[in-house]
Design a protein around this ligand. Sequence first.
Ligand code: FMN
Length: 213
Amino acid sequence: MKAIAINGSPRKGWNTDLVLQSTLKGAADAGAEVEMIHLYDLTFTGCRSCFACKLKGAEPCKCFLKDDLSPVLDKILSADVVFFGTPIYFGEITSQMHALIERLSFILMTYDDYTKKLFHGKVNCGCFYTMNVPQAGYETMYADRMKKSFGVLQRLNGTVLEYSCCDTLQFNDYSRYQAASFSEAHKRQMREEQFPKDLEAAYQIAQKLCKEE
Ligand SMILES: Cc1cc2nc3c(=O)[nH]c(=O)nc-3n(C[C@H](O)[C@H](O)[C@H](O)COP(=O)(O)O)c2cc1C
């Protein structure tokens, strides 16, 4: 069994990365071979509209662009489980994660018939979002948007589970930054009390996705 985590945050060692590391621990403990991919280490763009994937006779579900993301797309389609992690930036997934979703979406659809599924395998997916707002803010402002952003994962024929990790700690020392709208004491408390629960939830979701047929 192969499980991959895709980090859509530029910050290694921070919230999204830590949540994804916890998913990979859960997956490894469930017997999976695991790999972390940091999107911000790679050089790639969104879809370049080359249409090589839309040529008659082209290999299905294949991106022909020659950049660092094409092998990642191949890995996603050959994995058993994929964990996507992104911070929320201005109400959206990060630009690098968006570029990945754009590329993945295009290779999974055909203009012959928009409803046709081109991918016949099965990949279970976990989507993990980290953000500044508390849970209620996520529910009212972002939940629908995130579901839509990752809607293409339905084309991978597996189970898709989501988890929102809210009210995260953003800096190590709030006193150094212009960030008066946040209470450092509250953020620290969330980090100490809630974040370990988020890591545990990520671990459990990973185990569930790895064990699901
Ligand atoms: C450019 C930028 C935009 C952000 N926009 C939002 C936002 O719209 N809503 C929100 O709740 N948090 C927002 N945040 C906060 C991050 O989502 C949050 O700190 C997240 O946990 C960071 O993940 P990381 O620690 O993996 O980098 C933003 C952060 C940055 C840097």
